[in-house]
Design a protein around this ligand. Structure first.
Ligand SMILES: [Zn+2]
Ligand SMILES: [Zn+2]
Ligand SMILES: [Zn+2]
Length: 487
């Protein structure tokens, strides 16, 4: 049977009228930047393309766009995706403050030392020589474990663990036998461990006694709902941490003291360094980004937080500014949506000397990626090391407030300068010798084989694309498919 190939249109894509060109539309700045950043994520080498080649790529990806070379150039400049003068960029790392973290189990510090350094605050150093792949420290649990926001709906109806979010496959007999369910609602835990960790917070927030003035069950439900609707993971997490702080108050006050000691900066400052429109998806709402028109959203969220914890303003003296500082604090310290107190002390390098394994249930393990000498500082990476230099530095600038000048960034920027790339900062980097390579594309592509040689491969998924959807995820559907049609 002969087969004919036919092009079909899917979704609601508008078909072009016979003989007429499809109407092209001028894309918004946000669309342009989002697509360029997405392209850089998918193909790091494209960061080095000249303007003409970049335009060609972008237009090829978006055939319906009416985009000129000058518009593309200006948009990238306007949104810090192409900059020539670094001194004009807003940074806030110098405004991040931290204090000595109390209550750390000395056993966890056998191989590392936490010391105050200037100007970077508290940092971690090797206490002894460390061999590659050796475990450096293990944090069995987060400061206070937080259920991922997108798992709260399933947890409410008892389909996933109320603490770690694991989908439940256990039988109801198993649950009953081990007393893993809540007496008052549908919540279920996957293990005794999870129940032990969460039972008190759960009862406190969901089933407060009528006498409790500290929390309002309906207020908490509304707050949770608001965070969920707006995908505000950071705000929701502050709610959970705050509940634990209140519960812990008459015990040791450990949670409050540890949380307060961690590096902090107000979300207001962080928002200032991002584009107000969250362009490029570097900094999304779950991480606390709110566009300027949305400023009132923060007041509403804080108001809702105050209805959940009625005493918060009067007794605790918490106001919107403190709340925003907590949000900023959570964002710069969180790893995989949780706060690990020792890990929070690690500074960043694009070529780190430690690597980590994180598991909601088992906690966080940190290993040496290479041999480390006693006294050397321990560095992790805050961004996906497989990203190109421009994207990495932009993510660090927006999310952590500094321009990375680590040796890998220097090397890659110098190579790019030599190759005469159109984009990125033109820096004079004295003392760095770079051998000129054949093509500009090759010249500043991260040398991954070199990078990965001395350590385990980087996990492609972490930390850029976490399961909570705290980073923008893009799915692209082609609106045309080829279909084989029988004749
Ligand atoms: Zn669990
Ligand atoms: Zn319950
Ligand atoms: Zn760097």
């Amino acid at each position: 049977m002969p087969i004919k190939l036919e092009q079909l249109h899917l979704n609601d894509a508008s078909r072009s009228i016979e003989g007429l060109e499809e109407t092209k539309a001028v894309p918004t700045d946000k669309q342009i930047c989002d697509d360029v950043v997405l392209l850089w994520r998918q193909e790091p080498a494209t960061e080095d393309l000249g303007l003409v080649e970049l335009l060609e790529k972008v237009v090829h990806r978006n055939p319906s766009w009416d985009l000129s070379e000058s518009k593309l150039k200006q948009t990238l400049i306007d949104h810090n995706l192409s900059f020539s003068d670094e001194s004009k960029l807003f940074t806030y790392a110098d405004q991040v403050v931290s204090a000595q973290c109390p209550f750390i189990d000395p056993k966890s510090l056998e191989k590392l030392e936490l010391l105050e350094t200037q100007p970077r605050g508290w940092s971690a150093f090797a206490r002894k020589d460390l061999r590659r792949d050796e475990i450096i420290f293990y944090e069995h649990e987060a400061l206070t474990p937080i259920l991922p926001l997108d798992k709260t709906s399933l947890a409410e109806i008892g389909r996933s663990c109320s603490l770690c979010g694991t989908l439940l496959t256990q039988s109801s007999q198993f649950t009953m036998k081990n007393l893993l369910d809540c007496q008052f609602c549908s919540a279920v835990w996957c293990s005794k461990h999870c129940k032990r960790l969460e039972a008190a917070t759960h009862s406190f927030l969901k089933h407060p006694t009528s006498k409790s003035k500290q929390v309002s069950a309906t207020g908490w439900l509304d707050f949770e709902k608001m965070c969920k609707e707006n995908a505000m993971h950071a705000a929701y997490s502050i709610g959970i941490i705050y509940a634990r702080i209140i519960l812990d108050k008459h015990d040791s006050d450990r949670i409050r003291e540890q949380f307060e000691s961690l590096a902090q900066v107000s979300q207001t400052l962080r928002t200032k360094s991002a584009d107000s429109t969250n362009i490029g998806g570097t900094f999304d709402r779950a991480m606390g980004a709110v566009s300027s028109e949305d400023r009132s959203l923060w007041s509403n969220v804080f108001e809702s937080f105050c209805s959940a914890f009625p005493n918060v303003e009067e007794e605790e003296g918490l106001n919107l500014e403190t709340f925003l500082t907590y949000i900023g604090k959570f964002n710069i310290n969180q790893l995989d949506g949780q706060i690990y107190t020792i890990y929070s002390h690690l500074n960043h390098k694009c070529e780190p000397n430690v690597r980590y394994e994180v598991d909601g249930k088992k906690g966080l393990k940190v290993f040496a990626r290479k041999d480390i000498k006693k006294g050397e500082e321990l560095f992790t990476t805050y961004v996906n090391p497989l990203h190109g230099v421009t994207l990495r530095r932009r993510e660090l600038l927006v999310n952590w407030g500094f321009l990375c000048n680590c040796s890998r960034c220097h090397k890659e920027l110098a190579a790019r300068n030599k190759a005469g790339s159109t984009f990125g900062p033109k820096l004079d980097l004295p003392g760095i010798k770079v051998t000129r390579r054949k093509s500009s594309l090759k010249a500043s592509k991260p040398d991954l084989s070199e990078l990965l040689k001395n350590g385990q491969e980087f996990d492609l998924e972490v930390p850029d694309d976490l399961e909570f959807g705290r980073r923008r995820k893009s799915v692209r559907f082609d609106d045309r498919v080829m279909a084989a049609v029988e004749e």
